[in-house]
Design a protein around this ligand. Structure first.
Ligand code: IMP
Ligand code: MG
Length: 195
């Protein structure tokens, strides 16, 4: 399995224990989401807002398959290591460039786990009085959800496991894998991946 992965995806795949969602499955689902968005936003020009950096790949693929005119903007929040992350406490380190007042905003997220980050950011965006505000999440992890947030567009439900790839990182690595996979146990336990 790992040999095969390494042959297809190179050294970055050598720490992967198993593929959870394949590249093909992801690409197909992203196109389906883009089709639904294109139908729902017909005649409008939504602004897609994403949080750097995890959403990079999803946003790029989604945008390329959407057939209505769209704009895109990003925010960035302070990131905490999994060990020290204060749940739900996020600091905006880069704000939107555009005003979203009166705009149709589609908030695009790579993964939602507890929902605390998303809920905080939605409150922040809602205060700017967009005409509409919907959420599009590629990976949904419902097991630890603390806050119920309506997800208008949802790609996949994931089991309660830490995954990497297609934008998702472990200590900033593995984002560039085109699939979503599980890390080998020793990656978490050793200093191997410390920057
Ligand atoms: P929430 O506030 O618990 O919903 O946190 C969501 C954030 O946690 C995401 O933006 C990711 O940065 C991170 N996260 C949650 N689950 C995973 C995972 O399985 N892999 C990588 N990052 C994750
Ligand atoms: Mg992260």
């Amino acid at each position: 399995m790992n040999k095969q992965l390494q042959e297809s995806y190179g050294d970055v795949a050598s720490d992967i224990k198993a593929v959870v969602i394949s590249e093909e499955e992801i690409q197909l689902r992203v196109r389906e989401l883009a089709s639904a968005i294109s139908v729902d936003y017909a005649g409008r020009t939504p602004i897609l807002v994403g949080v750097l950096k995890g959403v990079l790949f999803f946003m790029a693929d989604l945008l390329r398959s959407i057939t209505v005119p769209v704009e895109v903007d990003f925010i960035a929040v302070s990131s905490f290591s999994p060990e020290t992350r204060e749940k739900g406490v996020v600091r905006l380190v880069k704000d939107l460039e555009a005003s979203i007042s009166g705009r149709d905003v589609l908030f695009v997220e790579d993964v939602v786990d507890t929902g605390l980050t998303l809920s905080y950011l939605l409150r922040n965006l809602r205060a700017r009085q967009p005409a509409s505000l919907e959420v599009c999440v590629l990976f949904n992890k419902p097991a630890h959800r603390l806050i119920d947030i309506p997800l208008k567009y949802k790609g996949f439900d994931l089991p309660d496991q830490f995954v990497v790839g297609y934008g998702l990182d472990h200590r900033e690595k593995y984002r560039n894998l085109p699939f979503v996979g599980l890390l080998k146990a020793d990656v978490f336990s050793t200093a191997k991946n410390k920057p």
